[in-house]
Design a binder for this molecule. Structure first.
Ligand SMILES: NC(=O)c1ccc[n+]([C@@H]2O[C@H](COP(=O)([O-])OP(=O)(O)OC[C@H]3O[C@@H](n4cnc5c(N)ncnc54)[C@H](OP(=O)(O)O)[C@@H]3O)[C@@H](O)[C@H]2O)c1
Length: 316
């Protein structure tokens, strides 16, 4: 099979397809014929630095999510030919991921995709919508009465969160650090330019989704009204931890701080997501499509921040 195989730090220009044996099935694992996969910011981080960490299997086929068909169900309850999605749980980090024609995946991280979405749209859902869903509904307990601030809104996850929040009926303020990208946030009730300081510029914000991360989190916490919740989910700002965090002073009185990590998806939640987006007519925002033979170009696009929305790769 063709696959991207990484052994060390790899700039997008150096990404290429190699020939590999199709993995042999084993108990507890299923063989998936990959039909399409989405690209993620975390795969850029893996390729450019995280791959050097000791917990990353090397060499590794990257890719934390995919959409495809069961080719060999092994000892699982799946049947050959079923349409599935898979995400996270170590995929593309501690075991080989989706930048391949076939992926051997733990059955408990593979989920039936009961939807008529075409492969490219389906591939835009698993990681992005699972994370948006968990952040908004598990983390923030978002409801129609809320005013939601999305900080770092011009990423695939931000667009998905915006679409879900609009479908719920709440008021949405979307922030981007690029003035040129403000028109991309026209679905929001208000699009604001993020200069790094939003404190004092917001009123009535009851929930905030922080996608820039610890770099702006202290400021985001000060934008939320007492009783409100901030969910820290992204790390677009390139700062991964909040050093010197002083909870007494940094979390304003009566404001709640939570986070969301997409590592434990379930069939129940995936069913809820597919049901919700189908019923509400939400079309996952695809920013660019590439064929698998163009994986280098797809990675270049990811690294250049030139694409607005999810980058999706379909098999040749
Ligand atoms: N907690 C979890 O489990 C989880 C799950 C999924 C994703 N995430 C995180 O969520 C974030 C979004 O992921 P994604 O895959 O949707 O990203 P993505 O689509 O690859 O997003 C990259 C885009 O974000 C934009 N961006 C917006 N604000 C930015 C800022 N302050 N600094 C740098 N870039 C900014 C960049 O464009 P411009 O710079 O031109 O605006 C770039 O085009 C990432 O940090 C990712 O690691 C977390």
């Amino acid at each position: 099979m063709k696959a991207v195989v990484l052994s060390g730090v790899t700039p997008a220009e150096a990404v290429r397809l190699s020939e590999m044996p199709v993995p042999a099935v084993k108990p507890g694992w299923v063989l998936v014929k990959v039909k399409a996969f989405g690209l993620n910011h975390s795969e850029q981080i893996l390729r450019l630095s995280e791959i050097e960490a000791s917990y990353i299997k090397k060499p590794i086929i990257p890719g934390i999510e995919c959409a495809g068909e069961i080719l060999d169900p092994s000892d699982s309850a799946f049947s050959k030919g079923q349409k599935v999605v898979a995400l996270m749980g170590g995929m593309g980090r501690s075991f080989d991921g989706s930048y391949a024609e076939y992926a051997l995946l733990p059955a408990h991280h593979v989920f039936l995709a009961q939807t008529d979405l075409p492969w490219d749209a389906l591939a835009a859902v698993p990681e992005t919508y699972f994370t948006a869903w968990g952040s908004l509904f598990e983390g923030l307990r978002l409801g129609p009465e809320d005013t939601l601030l999305i900080r770092g809104a011009t990423c695939a996850l931000g667009y998905a969160a915006l679409a879900l929040a609009r479908a719920v009926g709440c008021r949405v303020i979307a922030a981007t650090h690029r003035e040129s990208k403000l028109p991309l946030l026209s679905q929001a009730d208000e699009a604001v330019l993020d200069t790094g300081l939003l404190t004092g510029r917001m009123s009535g914000v009851t929930k905030a989704l922080e996608l820039v991360g610890p770099k702006t989190l202290p400021d985001t916490l000060r934008c939320v009204s007492p009783g409100g919740i901030v969910c820290d989910t992204g790390i677009l700002g390139g700062v991964y931890t909040w050093n010197g965090f002083d909870p007494i002073k940094d979390i304003p009185n009566g404001v709640y701080l939570t986070g969301f990590y997409s590592n434990a998806p379930t069939q129940r939640v995936m069913d809820e997501i597919f049901d919700f987006i189908m019923r509400r007519g939400i079309a996952p925002q695809i920013g660019a499509r590439y064929r698998f033979s163009q994986i280098r170009e797809a990675c270049l696009a990811l690294d250049s921040h030139a694409v607005n929305g999810k980058i999706v790769v379909t098999m040749d």
